[in-house]
Design a protein around this ligand. Structure first.
Ligand SMILES: [Ca+2]
Length: 396
């Protein structure tokens, strides 16, 4: 590579200069483009029916300059990479950014204890070639928590957005969005959403994990892929209570609107039941064959997502989970120790990042970002927001 470029240094230097100039132009045009998007909509941008057409023209001119060069592919990728980063900067201005870190809140069971604005804005971003066409896309993970909600009436919306370079309109455009809701602001439940990227011979996938525990426990993992649109291409959810467990497979995008309640969806709601056992009328513990079938069902559906979870978040499957004996006043210290171990175990279940809990059966698994909250005891809860990616770090 060095030899090839070395013999063509003057031309390459010119191209680098063009790319740098483009970057300056894009950055200086960004606020105009954003304002125009807001006022005339994406169609106006695409047809160049406003003053920003000069920007589209410059993009086209720059692409033509690069056309025919042996290094075209690499240069184009870098060029689009710069445009995606410029788009991300606009999005930070538009939506704000979720601060990362961990903090504690005093539990007040009568109202939301985490302010809505704490969980509003961009949480993470990823620039990667998700559809394998040789050019990167921008994926953003954004939280939108209603500021008017209270007492669990409103949730935190997780918005997954794909931005891609459109060669016809010569600009980066929002291509598709998928959303799902989680309850994050109220103190009652332990809950979490974690995002990760998987890369294997099968391609690149975005994983969205979620967990919710109040009286019952629900948890799931979704695989989302990009092919010019965002599609749910697999998923598994478990629902557990003291006398039953059930396992579902996600079969369409509709599943996103029925998380943690597939059994309530009249027509399936994007989910199909794969296992369902209830032993309330029979025994205190599930029959071994119930547990085996349920465990196998969950592990097989995870394997379809190219994932393995050695110690599942299930309160029934994980053989290593700590148990809490009946309280005995004469064994108060022992009980306290068991209680503390169980609280710590539950905290790990909620807050552990995807790449700390799961393994990619094939390829790699990379944590992107997430948000989780967990009761530390009866009086305090912990909230963690993290962004393991690099793209938003310069804005924080
Ligand atoms: Ca691509």
């Amino acid at each position: 590579m060095k030899q090839r470029y070395g013999s063509r240094a003057p031309r390459i230097a010119g191209l680098v200069l063009i790319v740098l100039c483009m970057q300056v132009l894009v950055l200086s045009w960004a606020p105009v483009a954003w304002a125009m998007k807001a006022s005339v909509g994406a169609d106006g941008l695409a047809t160049g029916a406003y003053s920003n057409r000069d920007y589209a023209g410059i993009c086209e001119w720059s692409r033509q300059q690069m056309a025919g060069d042996a290094g075209q592919e690499m240069q184009t990728v870098e060029f689009i990479d710069h445009l995606l980063q410029a788009e991300l900067e606009q999005l930070v201005e538009q939506y704000g950014i979720v601060a990362t870190g961990e903090e504690e809140y005093a539990i007040d069971y009568s109202e939301d204890v985490i302010p809505a604005e704490r969980l509003t804005g961009l949480l993470g971003a990823d620039i990667c070639d998700y559809d394998g066409d040789g050019q990167p896309e921008l994926m953003t993970l954004r939280l939108d928590t209603s500021s008017t909600g209270s007492n669990q009436s409103d949730g935190t919306r997780c918005v997954i957005s794909a931005y891609d370079w459109n060669a016809d309109s010569a600009q980066v455009e929002l291509v598709d969005e998928l959303t799902f809701d989680m309850y994050m602001t109220n103190a009652w439940a332990n809950s979490a959403s974690h995002f990760a990227r998987g890369e294997s011979d099968q391609g690149v996938a975005l994983y969205a994990e979620y967990y919710y525990e109040l009286n019952s426990r629900g948890f799931g993992t979704l695989r989302i892929e990009y092919d010019g649109a965002l599609n749910l291409t697999g998923g598994v959810e478990c629902d557990e209570f003291y006398a039953w467990f059930s396992c579902y497979e996600a079969v369409s995008d509709e599943a996103l609107q029925n998380l943690l309640s597939p059994q309530l969806a009249l027509d399936g709601g994007g989910w199909e039941q794969r296992a369902n056992y209830n032993w309330e009328e029979q025994t205190a513990e599930p029959a071994p064959e119930y547990l085996d079938d349920y465990s196998n069902c969950y592990r097989e559906l995870m394997a379809q997502l190219n994932l393995e979870e050695p110690n599942p978040r299930s309160q029934w499957i994980d053989p290593d989970r700590p148990a809490l004996d009946k309280y005995d006043p004469e064994q108060a210290d022992g009980y306290q120790q068991e209680y503390d171990e169980l609280m710590w175990y539950n905290r790990e279940l909620v807050m552990r990042h995807t790449d700390e809990r799961c393994l990619a059966i094939d390829g790699t698994l990379t944590a992107l970002c997430g948000v989780s909250k967990c009761a530390l005891d009866s009086y305090n809860l912990a909230l963690e927001c993290y962004d393991a990616g690099e793209w938003l770090s310069s804005f924080r």
